[in-house]
Design a protein around this ligand. Structure first.
Ligand SMILES: CCCCCCCCCCCCC/C=C/C(=O)SCCNC(=O)CCNC(=O)[C@H](O)C(C)(C)COP(=O)(O)OP(=O)(O)OC[C@H]1O[C@@H](n2cnc3c(N)ncnc32)[C@H](O)[C@@H]1OP(=O)(O)O
Length: 285
């Protein structure tokens, strides 16, 4: 029969630990702190300058999430950024530009691992989005249970992949459709829309917009409401609602990797990405 997500996860967690030893990083890209509320951890993303998903950062993130998942003292995690410039700028374009197919394969597998770890987490996950959040950067919010965005015109959020000449994978599209609906997703995805806070709230890609200095305290008070529900009942319900979407990725992971690798290896795609990266470097304040 079809291996379920838990099986996949076990196998992949071992790969992550092996990879972490390979990096042997001195920098701490993810900081986990206990919050003032019992049972709640605050996980801070700290891959300066913009929390783009390098392979090393993804690996560290997965290991920290795995530890929290297995630590019975924790029931919920607030995920936020410790980089002043962004919540997350998404996929690190240097990981998907000018590398070889083996690298693209490994990278995509790890990104899928992060998605599965978050989407099927038994913990309550709340994204405290205190900066811009683009494309792959939405992976964490879209797999969270609740999203709070800072009310600042710079805090744009959305899946802008088409603007880079690429397409969001189906496992980014599916949670977006589950959250904002079919028509709004069709519109947002095709046009690669990045929503400012008021529009983000209106379309429903975030649940709450608050002043930047209140993002974390609001996350804590929302967390308290979620933790008032008995864990077992909430977890069963979460799993019931999310399993069909997660099973699609589990079932199609290998094909998805093959599609990604052949797509990203095309000359035309590589050119688009390089142009986008060059444009980013020019647009400096
Ligand atoms: C048959 C078909 C089958 C299809 C199968 C599937 C296909 C799948 C295709 C592939 C799908 C990929 C899915 C995911 C994609 C992504 O996530 S792509 C990344 C998208 N991200 C963005 O568009 C955000 C880009 N960044 C910004 O807009 C800004 O940087 C910011 C976050 C708003 C911050 O702005 P500011 O404060 O002005 O800082 P900057 O000066 O712009 O940035 C600082 C430095 O960081 C570098 N940088 C920024 N983002 C990235 C990034 N994503 N990757 C790498 N580097 C990044 C930026 O260039 C600056 O660098 P320096 O110039 O060296 O300082």
């Amino acid at each position: 029969g079809l291996p379920d997500a838990a099986f996949w996860w076990k196998e992949r967690a071992t790969c992550c630990k092996v990879r972490a030893r390979r990096f042997g990083s001195q920098r701490q890209l993810v900081v986990v702190e206990p919050s003032s509320t019992a049972g709640v951890a605050v996980l801070k993303l700290k891959n300066l300058p913009v929390n783009s998903f390098s392979l090393e950062f993804l690996t560290e993130l997965i290991i920290n999430l795995e530890k929290l998942e297995n630590d019975k003292t924790f029931r919920g995690i607030i995920i936020t950024s410790d980089c002043p410039k962004a919540f997350s700028a998404g996929v690190d374009l240097r990981e998907i530009c000018g590398k070889n197919p083996a690298h693209y394969t490994e990278y995509w597998k790890v990104l899928q691992d992060l998605w599965l770890r978050l989407y099927l987490s038994n913990l309550v996950l709340i994204s405290a989005i205190n900066g811009p959040c683009a494309a792959g950067g939405c992976l964490i919010p879209l797999t969270s249970d609740y999203r709070i965005l800072a009310d600042n015109p710079k805090c744009l959020i959305g899946l802008n992949e088409t603007r880079l000449g690429i397409s969001a994978p189906f496992w980014f599209k599916d949670p977006l459709v589950n959250i904002i609906g079919h028509r709004a997703s069709e519109h947002a995805l095709q046009l690669g829309l990045l929503f400012p806070p008021a529009e983000a709230l209106q379309v429903g890609i975030v649940d709450k917009v608050v002043p930047k200095d209140q993002v974390q305290s609001t996350a804590l008070s929302v967390m308290t409401q979620w933790l008032a529900i008995p864990d077992h009942a909430r977890q069963l319900t979460k799993n019931m609602i999310r399993k069909p979407t997660a099973d699609l990725l589990v079932k199609h992971r290998d094909t998805d990797i093959q599609n990604f690798v052949s797509f990203i290896s095309r000359d035309s795609i590589q050119k688009s990405l390089q142009m986008y990266l060059a444009k980013l470097k020019q647009n400096k304040d």
